[in-house]
Design a protein around this ligand. Sequence first.
Ligand code: ATP
Ligand code: MG
Length: 635
Amino acid sequence: MSNYHIKHLEEYFQVYRKSVRNPESFWEEIAEEHFVWRKRWDKVLDWDFTKPEIKWFEGAKLNITENCIDRHLHIRGDKTAILFEPNDPNENAQHITYNQLHARVSQFANVLKSKGIQKGDRVVIYLPMIPELAISVLACARIGAIHSVVFAGFSATALATRINDCEAKMVLTSDGSYRGSKTIDLKGIVDEALINCPGVEKVLVAKRINSDIHMESGRDEWLMPLLDDASDECEPEIMDAEDPLFILYTSGSTGKPKGMMHTTAGYMVYTAFTFKNVFQYRENDVYWCTADIGWITGHSYIVYGPLANGATTVMFEGVPSYPDFGRFWEIVEKHKITQFYTAPTAIRALAKENLDFVSNRNLSSLKVLGTVGEPINEEAWHWYNDHVGEKKCPIVDTWWQTETGGILISPIPFSTPTKPTYATLPMPGIQPALMDENGNEIFGNQVDGRLCIKFPWPSIARTIWGNHQRYKDTYFSAYENSYFTGDGALRDEVGYYRITGRVDDVIIVSGHNLGTAPIEDAINEHPAVAESAIVGFPHDIKGNALYGYVTLKETGENRDRDNLRKEINQQIADKIGPIAKLDKIQFTVGLPKTRSGKIMRRILRKIASKETSNLGDTSTLLNPEVVQKIMDEAL
Ligand code: ATP
Ligand code: MG
């Protein structure tokens, strides 16, 4: 039995049981058989959640890029590693083979070295979704520099905060970026950020939009001539298993972003294993994850996981709405995509548009669909299943976090029967637990509680960069000997998990704990509703009452608002119970979101409670104008 690739449900259960009975030998076997090591480990796992300290494959030596690139060259050197689809559909796609990737990563790595970057130095990457982004990530890993990718939609202030937090010496950027019909002056944003970043010595600039930009002499250099002159051979730096690979900041949905530090060997083993299984990847598949590499999803499931499996991974520069709302489906048809992985926010946005955008395309190449980032509501799930997957493609609702490095709970397609809104079962090696408020584990099925993980897995983040105390306080202090996820979940009668929302967002109404996801799910079922978010606000009798923010589909725009309110509440009463009815419903043009597309309920909570003098950390807020509008129209 190959533990590495699970093909049916019984096999999943067998593998799972084995993985929790003896996690060390389970992961050791996978590490041994599927990767190249310069030196074998002395010990598989060493852990102590009280410190907390976690080490996987200690003593091993490796380079992750050797596993993601070099070892594929003799068997699939001419296979496409990265398939780049530009913003403009009229510009040609680029097929970068494994051989070419090897050469380009080596050249880039040599440039970094020639500019003084050494093992352990931090390099901030602020690039759009162009090949140089993936290549520079790998180039850092090649020489042992720690990359910290900052999503190229962040402001100068947010960029500066991250550069300073990880004390980066170098920033990689481009003259600008294309985003739909717009261009963005990335270099201008970097210049503004660097006014407040005295530690940055060098800025290397890729050319993308050919704009006329300011180059600071002594600091800024164009990448192109440097790359052209560099050798296309670069010996990989031999790293320890626990050497840092990257720092990545969380989305900031619940507060100030945390700089999660991930290390090398465990991260590689876990992302490769989960990629193979969750997407049931096969040799000739063309896999597409629409996330940006600026998020953990892009790190683990555009770059490292796919490349470690020798896959073809698509990088898309553009947006789902340009030149029209059919762009995703046009790309699926054009490149015969086999696995498609996106976020619920994108599905909800596309489901609002004319169905012709989807139905006019041939999507028959698709085998597996995925979602990540937020709970997916039932209506969006069905739309995805009916119109994109044409009921033939299992949907993997993958639950995980920046902190977890890889997917922890998800169906395995063609093995695990799916169930809308359920992330279903834990990956091998993952031991979830539901806890009550007093720190006790809740056993049995048909229960809900706070989601914890009781045993370390290889890709868990090892610390928050520069703030180990915050790491300990946030994840390991609430429950003894458990990693606390911050999310609430329920376990159904067969043991499937459903994420019910953030624990911070749980609302206690008349003594009942209400998670946000099931109620929003019920609201979104209403045919006129596009999206919704609910929060609590203080109420004299109930303690808290529910406040709903609702955006409408175009077809709902001219409906009478009071009737809509009644219908929405009726729907909630029918699906959940009268206890969950909303006291206030505000119709709005949009919801505040993080730049990674998640609803920021903490801001809505402040508005509902009329505490708007301090909205908290808004550095990752995508749409401040919507927040202003919601405040102006608050009930
Ligand atoms: P911050 O930690 O800064 O508040 P964040 O939690 O949004 O930000 P991420 O690490 O990007 O940062 O997101 C992880 C969170 O996203 C999870 O804790 C969970 O709340 C949510 N999430 C991710 N995938 C799913 C999913 N499939 N179903 C439900 N929720 C999900
Ligand atoms: Mg989080």
